[in-house]
Design a binder for this molecule. Sequence first.
Ligand SMILES: N[C@@H](CCC[C@H](N)C(=O)O)C(=O)O
Length: 279
Amino acid sequence: MAIEFTKYHGLGNDFILIDNRSSLTPVLTPEKAVQWCDRHFGIGADGVIFALPGQNGTDYTMRIFNSDGSEPEMCGNGIRCLAVFLTELEGINRTKDKYSIHTLAGVIVPQLTDDGQVKVDMGEPRLLAAEIPTTLASSGPQVINLPLEVAGKTWDVTCVSMGNPHCITFVEDVAAVNLESIGPEFENHPVFPKKTNTEFIEVVNRNYLKMRVWERGAGITLACGTGACASLVAGVLNDKCDRTAMIELPGGPLEIEWSEIDNRIYMTGPAERVFTGKY
Ligand SMILES: N[C@@H](CCC[C@H](N)C(=O)O)C(=O)O
């Protein structure tokens, strides 16, 4: 049976979106998602996202499979793509759209802005080691600037959950990091029982950070929304940046704010439709 899909990207972090609004069961298995995401033998993407009916009073549910078939709790760039996809499916006036989306990381609220971007209420960051989860907490309940041995080198890391796990480390020159070799070592490190996403951050100034990412279940991607949020939180906790900053990723910039008023993270960035098809 042919299934209709639409390809989107958020700063080059690309996804296959599927209209799954008639059932709470994704129309693809994780194994099929791996095949669809293959850049040589399939459509090619960092993940597959399903727009499912809402649960517990929410408008919709988002589920996502990474390109390796694993299921993460949340995806920041993906939820911006989902918001635009839903608007196009529902045909509502773009500027008024605000959705409550049920995810494995809780309820997330994206809103389309007047300039065609999407601003997302990403919820509160979680900092307790058990919430990340990580076993790396020697001196307290949080992991802030603690040494971690990876591939024969000591890295000072800060761990933040945005529903999914992130390990952040600050470096002098982000372009010099050999992501391909070091990324999998972080991802599969025994101190992360559910594996981890890893962000390498260069601080340019207190409102401008450069980031490269190795994603759990997807490898090197051009952008990671939850990673940018977690990195801003890590920057604030280490007194390296202010609570509002531009995070420059290989695919482009994201604006991130950690509100002092409600402790929630707000992420603003684009989401673009690329093409539609049947597979
Ligand atoms: N690219 C995403 C994150 C996708 C999930 C991640 N690979 C994980 O397994 O946690 C984003 O924009 O947040």
